[in-house]
Design a binder for this molecule. Structure first.
Ligand SMILES: Cc1cc2nc3c(=O)[nH]c(=O)nc-3n(C[C@H](O)[C@H](O)[C@H](O)COP(=O)(O)O)c2cc1C
Length: 468
């Protein structure tokens, strides 16, 4: 990986197979067509737009959760379709792969819900069907209170236990992918009628604290074997998990300074875990209000902002953290709420910790800060040159390796970014275009032919030396 200040940057697009992204309200705006998310052609057209523009991948967030406020499904979430109503993008990926050649795809799947073998087989299948263009965004899951009730669990699994389970989950999945079949075990020789070599297929024996497995894995090795391992979740435990397991980390962007600190911390933890810190790709979300003129871009941002309300902010924040901001004293800080024994986050904690600095904002200030922000990362507004400059500045300030564009009005925002900003970045040497036949891992690591997890990943030597 090239870590110079003027390195090429990676670009993905943050999507959800739902009405809109980012926990904000935009689908009803006249510029937006995202209410078409149930239509396959809508997605094919977006994937083709991204491939033409030179994006590395299309990323799908997702999950089974929804915002709960006051003990029940949030009214505003349903009314405006905010983090409620979503489909499973897994089924979309093979369709989009058929209509693209170089674009990668990353799908978020939470650990802790199904058995690792179920997830492993889904990703083996997707890696085959995309020709090695798939990544897995590992999360321990947002909106855990809703997930617990939907799955019929008595209570939420505590935050850090979820990460302990996730470590086993990934390790077992990687054993299926990396060790169950030898490279030459699949023979498929018509003349002899030999399909596969029995001595090339290995029994998986795994006795973890949370997961067990004894048996064989039926999916033959795919181009990458293990999907590119992304991770999202920036709490201290989340960062430690990322440093051990992730190849690409989706960092929760807040201020450039805090994001830079998170990036440094993840790299430091990775080095402590015996990894090459520079081998980890870090990316953050980026919302772009872009137009041919700065004035029009400012107008678009204002039109979007006018659609957002405190109820939307509070619903989303409750869905992320379990804390209902509108039920709190607006003049107190979260420190005071937590110290007073108020709601304590066993859900996502990144969005609590970011408001616990020494000069912590009050609840009212948090509502103001988050209005229009949702789960979005950085926000920039301007004409094409201003946007390209701002992206380069953010990359320099944070040491991030790239950005996930979080569209507001779709698909026009993506078309405009591809048409107006990507050519400028390309001209400045900031883009690395994809090649057909190149795996997502090779593209992200910038190493042609680097399709497999590789010995440098800490999971692999341990797996390979394991008795089978
Ligand atoms: C930038 C970012 C994106 C995320 N996307 C998702 C997602 O799509 N689905 C999901 O269930 N969790 C998602 N999460 C992660 C959950 O919030 C996380 O797995 C869990 O709640 C613990 O996160 P924490 O380490 O930040 O506390 C995301 C987190 C971040 C920081």
């Amino acid at each position: 990986m090239n870590r110079s200040a003027d390195k090429a940057l990676h670009f993905g697009v943050f999507e959800v197979m739902g009405p809109q992204v980012g926990g904000t309200y935009s689908w009803a705006h006249p510029r937006s067509e995202s209410a078409n998310y149930l239509n396959t052609d809508y997605w094919i057209s977006i994937a083709q737009t991204l491939e033409r523009a030179g994006f590395d991948f299309l990323f799908f967030a997702g999950g089974y959760g929804y915002p709960i406020v006051d003990g029940d499904l949030s009214e505003v979430a349903v009314r405006h379709g905010i983090n409620f109503s979503g489909l499973d993008p897994d089924y979309l990926i093979p369709v989009l792969a058929q209509h693209t050649d170089t674009l990668g795809f990353v799908v978020t799947q939470s650990t802790g819900l199904d058995h690792p073998v179920q997830l492993a087989r889904r990703f083996s299948t997707l890696d085959h069907l995309t020709g090695g263009r798939i990544g897995w965004n590992i999360v321990t899951g947002a909106s855990q209170n809703a997930v617990a009730e939907v799955f019929g669990h008595e209570r939420m699994v505590p935050h850090d236990t979820r990460y302990e389970m996730a470590a086993e989950y990934v390790e077992l999945a990687a054993r299926y992918w990396e060790t169950a079949w030898d490279d030459d075990a699949l023979v498929v020789d018509r003349a002899s009628g030999v399909f596969a070599r029995r001595d090339g297929i290995h029994r998986i024996v795994y006795d973890g604290k949370h997961y067990r497995s004894r048996g064989y894995y039926g999916a033959p090795p795919s181009p990458q074997r293990t999907p590119v391992l992304f991770q999202a979740g920036t709490s201290p435990t989340g960062r430690a998990f990322a440093a051990e397991h992730a190849e690409c980390v989706f960092v929760q962007a807040t201020t450039p300074a805090r994001t830079a600190a998170a990036v440094t911390d993840i790299r430091r933890l990775a080095a402590e875990a015996g990894r090459d810190a520079d081998s980890i790709t870090t990316m953050a979300g980026l919302t772009v209000f872009l137009a041919e003129t700065e004035q029009r871009a400012v107008e678009l941002a204002a039109e979007f902002d006018a659609m957002q309300t405190d109820e939307i902010v509070a619903s989303l924040y409750a869905g992320n953290t379990g804390i209902d901001l509108l039920a709190l004293d607006p003049d107190r800080t979260l420190h005071q709420v937590l110290d007073a024994g108020g709601p304590v986050g066993q859900m996502g904690t990144s969005n609590i910790e970011r408001f616990l600095d020494d000069d912590a904002p009050t609840v009212r200030e948090i509502l103001d800060q988050l209005r229009g922000l949702g789960t979005r990362g950085f926000r920039i507004v301007g004409d094409p040159i201003q946007i390209a400059d701002a992206i380069e500045r953010l990359a320099a300030e944070t040491d991030l390796d790239g950005f996930l564009i979080e569209p507001v009005f779709e698909p026009v925002d993506l078309e405009d970014f591809g048409r107006l900003v990507m050519p400028i970045l390309r001209e400045r040497g900031r883009l690395r275009d994809g090649e057909a036949g190149c795996s997502l891992r090779a593209r992200i690591t910038e190493q042609p032919g680097h399709d497999r997890l590789g010995d440098a990943h800490p999971a692999l030597p341990a797996l390979v030396s394991m008795p089978v």
